[in-house]
Design a binder for this molecule. Structure first.
Ligand code: GLC
Length: 789
């Protein structure tokens, strides 16, 4: 053993010293360990709260060239230069790259290689406006290089443009307000999740680099031999998160950074927004547009123009009488979400400004409150890094909830600013620890969402609804997310699917994009195609920018309204399914919208499927994402798939060409599925009836019935419908076991697909309603045994 390396073992922690460096490897549990350098620094994480560490038995072996730390599942070989290789028994999972960074060549003019020639070439390409990179290695203070296997697939990394697989691309984590059309080569957008998954179907793992400063992720772009992540600031502080399955990696990552709590049921419904519905009359027109056209609607968003001069926590009394207006809209079944940005108007006498100044709640620079400009003009920025500011901001939410507002939309919280970015030396308190903008930037939105969440919870004692644009790893504990200012472009519709799927794999479950696109004028066809897929996004909201053409379905022709209606009705009917997915997702760390690879990781055909996705493990959506297309190729993984449009069934493990005229989005249900739906409703409110759609096979399903908004479900005040189906030859047994701690439905309709025969309920033959595509029977909401023979 090389004498320069020494170690000390303290329970789950191994302190390793070599030369002048000290590294800490700390096991969180059998599958997760943390690698940490610069131990003297404070170790608080913004992403991880209430970390539960399980005792892990460690043994240490000493070799000639290394030290080997062994847990039951993982072993880590640490070399004297503190590089490490990670194994599962003998299988090498993750290997530090031992060479130096060595970027691919960028030949200027292949025959000339002198510096002078290079400079000339660079100047020439710049002259026409082309970006020009150098070969030079841009070194970072922290840099971790890992060997890249080119067959590996990299997923996650939060909200990034491009396709699912990030192999060969580079990214940065620096929350950015990006108004121009988001393109495949963009390195940053609004959110920072410094977490990637290295996937293969044998042993996948994730790396979470918990560093809030600007971080860099090169996934084999600079040189395909290695990938690297790094930063110019903060600590080397990363978690190795083992799977081995993709599911396990995601679940283990969520166990570390937090779960998405079950939302209020209403918020899973249909949201309509625009920048801005600026008067009560305009909101009435929108709501009536929906109601008169038999279009389901649950939530209206009020964008910045509801405010008095963009002053947060105020509203313009000449245009709204907010409390009464909201009450009137609620009576029609529609709730309201209002936008609240961080930028607080500098104005004498304005209570938020005065309060904040008096109590030092705002970020400072050179000991003075820092001022930049946002919508209200000169504005100051709450310092969310300190608890007292978060409490103050949190308490202010009550102003809105007292008006009857049901949720808060946090925007511009990168933070965005109109007079250039916040300088690096803007100061934040960080509860006395002091931090600059470089450190807080990426968690600014995260902390704002946290303050909002906690304030709403205290004000209402209900499950808060928060929507945010900027975020950091772990923000899923407080908020839903939308992907910022996309545009009405087909490529943005296409991009939405891999972007959202990777956000899910990064732990963000309640997600969506602006349906129809935010910037630009949407065409009828694009809006229809976007709505058909958007109604499946966990967050379903149509939103568009000021000065773009009206984007509500009824701003288009009759055909649009009718197709849009069909899409919205599908969403509204599926609310109980989404609700169950969120409920179970909170229990077992499963996001809602997922790429097919998550459920079919042994099937290579799913690894790069960028245009299909799953909602739960039962529904697969294969939308049309190109103008003028009326057919598309669909990949069906193993199993039997039921097309809900034409009622055909297909055997899986094959590609098919599916008809998809403008009014049709191909949607499939897998065999052995149970899907709860509501029949034909236009607003989510307490429902006394439910439909269980049963697709034969062996399966079990738990449906939850509760008040849909309080925290009672955590005390088990809910009724649970446990349904078990067993297929024996042509006979199907359906066992329904109800545990009633809330109340039971009045009626339950059982709709059984792909099955013929007589229905026996509790051993008695029953006359049934034989529809062409299914058998249907209506019973009370109690436990039953059904048999189809
Ligand atoms: C930002 C948001 C957008 C919002 C607008 C006005 O651009 O991303 O959704 O409508 O600000 O508040």
């Amino acid at each position: 053993m090389n004498k320069s390396i020494t170690y000390r073992l303290e329970k789950n922690k191994v302190f390793i010293k070599s030369n002048d460096r000290e590294l800490l490897i700390e096991f969180i549990n059998d599958k997760i360990f943390r690698v940490y350098e610069e131990l003297e620094r404070k170790t608080n994480s913004f992403a991880i709260e209430n970390l539960e560490t399980k005792d892990v038995e460690l043994s240490i072996e000493i070799n000639i060239d290394s030290l080997i730390i062994k847990s039951k599942i993982l072993s880590i070989k640490v070399y004297d230069n503190l590089m490490l290789d990670i194994y599962h028994f003998d299988k090498l999972l993750c290997e530090d790259y031992k060479g130096k960074r060595n970027p691919f060549k960028r030949h200027a003019i292949s025959t000339y290689e002198t510096d002078e020639e290079k400079e000339k070439a660079k100047a020439l390409s710049l002259a026409e406006g082309h970006e020009s990179n150098d070969d030079d290695v841009n070194h970072h203070k922290i840099e971790v290089l890992k060997v890249n296997n080119q067959n590996n697939i990299y997923y996650a990394l939060g909200e990034k443009t491009g396709f699912l697989n990030k192999q060969g691309y580079e990214y940065e984590m620096w929350n950015t307000d990006e108004p121009s059309a988001h393109l495949e080569y963009f390195k940053t957008l609004y959110k920072s999740v410094p977490f990637y998954i290295s996937f293969n179907n044998v042993a996948s793992y994730g790396i979470f680099f918990d560093n809030t400063y600007k971080t860099y992720f090169d996934m084999g772009k600079e040189n395909s031999e290695y990938i690297y992540f790094g930063s110019d600031n903060g600590n080397l502080d990363y978690y190795f998160i083992y799977g081995p399955s993709l599911k396990d990696v995601v679940s283990n990552y969520i166990s570390l950074t937090g779960k998405t709590p079950l939302p209020k049921r209403k918020m899973l419904g249909i949201h309509q927004s625009r920048w801005s519905y600026g008067t009560k009359e305009r909101v009435d027109e929108i709501i009536n547009g929906y109601i008169d056209n038999d279009l389901p609607l649950d939530v209206i968003h009020l964008d910045i123009d509801y405010m008095d001069n963009y002053k947060v926590f105020t509203y313009d009394k000449s245009r709204f009488d907010l409390k009464n207006n909201i009450e009137e809209w609620k009576n029609k079944g529609i709730e309201v979400v209002t936008i609240i940005d961080p930028g607080t108007k500098v104005e004498k006498g304005y209570f938020m400004y005065e309060d904040g100044i008096k109590n030092n709640y705002f970020a400072t620079r050179n000991n003075e409150v820092y001022v930049n400009s946002v919508w209200p003009g000169k504005s100051v920025f709450p310092d969310f890094s300190k608890e007292i500011t978060r409490n103050w901001w949190g308490k202010s939410q009550k102003i809105m909830t007292d008006f009857g507002v049901s949720g808060i939309w946090n925007d511009m919280n990168e933070p965005a600013s109109f007079e250039g970015p916040l300088p690096d030396d803007v100061e934040f308190d960080k509860d006395g620890q002091k931090a600059n903008h470089l450190e807080i930037h990426n968690v600014y939105g995260h902390l704002m969402a946290k303050a909002t969440f906690e304030g709403l919870k205290e004000a209402t004692n209900e499950r808060p609804y928060v929507l945010t644009r900027a975020a950091y790893a772990g923000s899923q504990k407080y908020t839903s997310f939308w992907t910022g200012d996309n545009q009405s472009l087909w490529i943005h519709l296409q991009m939405a699917i891999p972007m959202l799927c990777n956000m899910s794999l990064s732990g963000f479950s309640f997600i969506g994009t602006d349906i129809g696109g935010f910037g630009g004028d949407v065409t009828k066809e694009l809006l229809i195609r976007w709505a058909q897929v958007g109604v499946f996004f966990p967050l379903c909201r149509n939103h568009s920018a000021m000065m773009t053409r009206d984007q509500e379905p009824f701003s288009f022709d009759k055909e649009t309204i009718s197709i849009y209606r069909k899409a919205l009705k599908i969403r509204e009917s599926l609310i109980p399914y989404y609700y169950d997915l969120f409920y179970h997702g909170e229990q077992n760390n499963t996001p809602v919208m997922l790429p097919l690879v998550y459920y079919y990781q042994d099937d290579e055909n799913t690894y790069n499927l960028n245009d299909q996705f799953m909602i739960g493990d039962s529904i697969m959506v294969a939308p049309v994402l190109e103008q003028g297309k009326t057919k598309r190729m669909v990949y069906l993984p193993k199993g039997t798939w039921y097309n809900i449009n034409n009622h055909k069934t297909y055997t899986g493990n094959q590609y098919i060409v599916e008809d998809a005229p403008l009014d049709t989005c191909p949607i499939y249900v897998k065999d052995s599925s149970i899907i709860p739906t509501y029949d034909n409703i236009n607003h989510i409110n307490e429902q006394n009836n439910i439909v269980f759609n049963i697709f034969p096979g062996n399966s079990s399903y738990e449906h939850i019935y509760d008040d849909g908004k309080s925290y009672d479900y955590r005390n088990n005040i809910l009724t649970s419908y446990n349904i078990k189906t067993t297929q024996i030859n042509d006979n199907l047994l359906i066992d329904v076991d109800v545990t009633n701690n809330y109340k039971t439905y009045e009626n339950v309709i059982y709709r059984i697909y792909n099955t013929k025969g007589n229905i026996f309920v509790d051993d008695k033959l029953i006359d049934t309603n034989n529809k062409s595509n299914y058998l249907e029977i209506k019973l009370d909401g109690l436990s039953h045994k059904l048999e189809i023979k």
